[in-house]
Design a protein around this ligand. Structure first.
Ligand code: GLU
Length: 428
């Protein structure tokens, strides 16, 4: 779980902070580069299917509460929909829609045979017992069951969900269809058909793309300074792997605040402290700073790995990093992109930088369907190859179109989905 907030936009309905608008703005620029006609743009922008379900739950104290859940399938031209499920109090349909579309583009950037989907349940896991979380997960799964399946839609963990959530989902689905169906979900425990290397995969992808970005800029790897927003599955593991690579982690944050040590943090020690104390605040070998101060630390690499809308028109000019590697989905607004580009900051976009997770989810799905499991080394070698190849394709596309890596990634992704759509044609 990692939901650090450096800027909490008060006007969250305004255009800059609407994640679907943020996605659409980049999509439109890519569509212009690709010369897509209006009809195809409308097809590719519009989600294929959206489901909202009521989740009535008997709480531990005997009262009833009704939660709301969503599953959006943005596009399944290239294969089954793929994407996580998040549990959060402020989740909404527009956000899930944007995240589903980002999954379509993300899967296409790394060339996986998947479309994009995303799910969300409005709830605050911090206030719920394990039993309540299990009942919510099972009832939500049964609500969306008709549109799930290994060939239809394959969920995974996201913010505030984990391998236990996926185990409950897999069990609920399997009980309904009357056979154990491991490939209906990824990010499961290894004992239930999960893949080796899946837990670290998103952080590993961030580490690999950061390394490639530094190479591209001709910068050294050893001693490179890094600031990480978020300390969960992406930020925490990413920081640990980047430190092991020789980088110096100056600062890391969680949802309560950030810590800073100019000489570098010992990540295994920080993560052990976080595990024991549930928050970074109080960590003895660093000083406490605010999330806003954290984003202004001069560094080589800044990794926003928490949530959306963190680098905005209000704080982008204060960012002192040379490279931003987006571990989170949508951490930078389209307005902020313009400021960062003007200031010469290289942004490795989310749909490339954090695609390591879904890539190993694909490996997990392949292994489940084959009933044959790979070693961790095989998983990591294949992940490395896909991430490096994808970085190169995006970089080459950006150079060819004289544009940013963000737009380069969208051109690669939208171009691939558009090509498949044209080949398949419109069913009528
Ligand atoms: N939730 C992750 C993401 O945003 C992983 C999705 C998946 O593995 O399907 O990429």
């Amino acid at each position: 779980m990692s939901t650090g907030t450096a800027s909490s936009p008060s006007a969250s309905t305004s255009k800059e902070f609407n994640p679907f608008e943020a996605m659409a703005e980049r999509f439109n620029v890519a569509a212009d580069h690709l010369g897509l006609d209006q009809g195809l743009r409308d097809v590719l922008r519009t989600p294929d299917r959206e489901l909202t379900v009521a989740i009535p739950i008997k709480m531990d104290d005997g009262t009833m509460r009704v939660f709301t859940g969503y599953r959006v399938q943005h596009n399944f031209s290239r294969g089954p929909c793929k994407g996580g499920i998040r549990f959060a109090p402020d989740v909404n349909l527009d956000e899930v829609r944007a995240l589903a579309a980002w999954m379509t583009w993300k899967c296409a950037v790394v060339d996986l045979p998947f479309g994009g989907g995303k799910g969300g349940v409005i709830c605050n896991p911090a206030e719920l017992s394990q039993g309540e979380l299990e009942r919510i997960t099972r009832r939500y799964t049964s609500g969306i069951l008709d549109i799930l399946g290994p060939d239809r839609d394959v969920p995974a963990p996201d913010v505030n969900t984990n391998e236990q959530t996926m185990a409950w989902l897999m069990d609920t689905y399997s009980m309904h269809v009357r056979r154990t169906t491991t490939a209906v979900v990824t990010g499961k425990p290894i004992a239930l058909g999960g893949s080796k290397g899946r837990t670290e995969a998103t952080g590993r992808g961030v580490m690999i793309t950061a390394r490639e970005a530094l190479k591209k800029l001709g910068m050294r790897q050893e001693g490179t300074t890094v600031v990480v927003q978020g300390s969960g599955n992406v930020g925490g593991i990413g920081a640990r792997l980047m430190q092991a690579q020789g980088h110096r982690i100056l600062s890391i944050s969680d949802m309560f605040g950030a810590i800073h040590n100019e000489n570098g943090l010992d990540m295994p020690d920080v993560l052990a402290y976080l595990k024991a104390n549930k928050k970074l605040n109080g960590y003895p070998k660093a000083k406490a700073i605010t999330p806003a101060q954290q984003l202004e630390i001069p560094c080589d690499v800044l990794v926003p790995a928490a949530t959306e809308n963190q680098i905005t028109s209000a704080n982008a000019a204060k960012v002192r990093a040379k490279v931003i590697v987006e571990g989170a989905n949508g951490p930078t607004t389209a307005e902020a992109d313009k400021i960062l580009e003007k200031n010469g900051i290289l942004v490795v976009p989310d749909i490339l930088a954090n695609a390591g997770g879904v890539t190993v989810s694909y490996f997990e799905w392949v292994q489940d369907r084959a009933g044959f499991f790979w070693t961790e080394e095989e998983v990591n070698t294949r992940l490395e190859q896909i991430m490096v190849d994808s970085f190169k394709s995006v970089d080459a596309m950006a150079t060819q179109h004289k544009t940013s890596m963000r737009i380069g990634a969208y051109i690669v992704a939208v171009g691939r989905v558009a090509a498949v759509y044209k080949l398949r044609g419109t069913y009528a």
